[in-house]
Design a protein around this ligand. Structure first.
Ligand SMILES: [Zn+2]
Length: 404
């Protein structure tokens, strides 16, 4: 199914995508390139939403389930291009590797997806049940799962495949992530007379000590629900001769399956309340950090930084159908979890849509100098996506019809 000619096609798609610089909020150019690829490969339709996500659609001749492939089209910036031996936006092919920012994270995966779906449709003359969508998603690097909300609302997929790097293994879950903000409020005073004020940093220091003593949740597969202090700020800053009346600390909290916004904040709210009862001068608040970013369409994208975790059983029907498809493509994937956060947070964690991860390349190649993808991984990923489509939309689709 992936002939030598098709291999060349996948490589040239990957190069074209890499040649368009697409930092978060600046994805217009790469979205245009993806649109041209959809048209060239015979997709039935494409649409762009208000965030600038671009989604291509292939309709099967019979009605059936819909399968969405998700790849973000934004990349992290190139900090210092002079440290790169290869042009970060050249898409250079050298010794079986394609170089460029986003090669592993994750324009390579996108190339493999968009091509595999096109090849599959061509091979069967669209004679299959259901729909295939390939989504190029904006703003994942700083805001995983938020832009994806518009996609699932519009497409309403039955199944999702996340293409983040898995080294061709099958991922069935991930820890989630939240950013928690703790604030303390004091009373300003001249630091020559500190007793007339309330120092918000001292209050924060007490809170930090107590928060460290809170027990953390644990999960057999996903490990510990980490809560790590990542920054602290006081105000006024600099505080020349002033007792600070405000302090803010941020925590990175890694979430396990089943943890909700409420369950995560509850022990912290309770702790601060107890401290307030013991010390009338203690005034504190806890909340999730919120973020707001600008999309290339001009639309603002905002949301709380809470991205839930998710995990499926290996015996899950969709997991098994995907596994069967990957094996039919000659792959022998391990079934494990992602160690980082993906758009799966939205699909599986928020929207409850059956989701798996499968992608080319190693995750530790993401965000690196001279980022690259091996052509072999790229081509095998395309074969894997092809196998998943075939298994899920032809075999499982039929299975469903028989049961119903
Ligand atoms: Zn990524």
């Amino acid at each position: 199914m992936i002939t030598a000619e098709r291999e060349q096609k996948i490589i040239s798609i990957c190069q074209a995508l890499l040649q368009k610089k697409s930092y978060s909020g600046e994805e217009a150019g790469v979205a245009e390139t993806l649109r041209d690829i959809f048209i060239e490969l015979g997709y039935d339709e494409f649409f762009v939403d208000t965030y600038g996500n671009i989604i291509g659609e292939i309709r099967g001749k019979q009605p059936g389930k819909s399968l969405l492939f998700d790849a973000h089209i934004d990349t992290v910036p190139v900090v210092d291009a002079s440290q790169w031996k290869h042009d970060p936006f050249g898409g250079e092919l050298s010794r079986g590797r394609i170089y460029g920012r986003g090669a592993s994270d994750m324009k390579g995966a996108l190339s493999a997806m968009v091509a595999a779906a096109g090849f599959f449709a061509a091979d069967c003359g669209k004679n299959f049940a259901g729909r295939i969508y390939v989504a190029g998603v904006v703003h994942e690097e700083c805001f995983e799962g938020i832009a994806a909300r518009q996609i699932s609302k519009r497409v309403n997929p039955d199944y999702v495949v996340i293409g983040e790097a898995s080294e061709l293994n099958l991922k069935i879950g991930q820890r989630g992530r939240a950013e928690i903000v703790v604030e303390t409020f004091g009373k300003p005073a001249h630091s020559a007379n500190p007793q007339t004020g309330i120092n918000a940093v001292y209050k924060m220091a007490d809170a930090i000590q107590q928060i460290r003593k809170l027990p953390l949740v644990e999960h057999l597969v996903l490990g510990q629900g980490i809560m790590e202090l990542t920054d602290i700020k006081s105000s006024p800053y600099p505080g020349a001769s002033v007792v600070p009346d405000y302090c803010r600390a941020t925590y990175d909290r890694r979430l396990l399956v089943g943890e909700t916004k409420e369950s995560v904040l509850a022990p912290l709210t309770q702790l601060l309340r107890t401290m307030q009862e013991a010390d009338p001068k203690f005034d504190a608040r806890v909340s999730f950090a919120t973020g707001s970013e600008q999309c290339y369409t001009g639309e603002a994208i905002t949301g709380e930084r809470f991205f839930p975790g998710w995990l499926y059983e290996k015996t899950d029907e969709f997991v098994q159908a995907a596994l069967k498809g990957l094996k039919s493509a000659g792959l022998e994937p391990d079934i494990t979890q992602y160690s980082f956060c993906t758009n799966g947070s939205h699909y599986a964690g928020e929207a409850g849509i059956k989701t798996i991860g499968f992608g080319p390349s190693r995750e530790n190649l993401a965000h690196t100098i001279d980022e690259y993808i091996e052509v072999e991984q790229l081509v095998q990923a395309a074969a894997g996506y092809y196998g998943i489509i075939k298994s899920v939309l032809t075999d499982t689709g039929k299975l469903h019809e028989n049961i119903n």
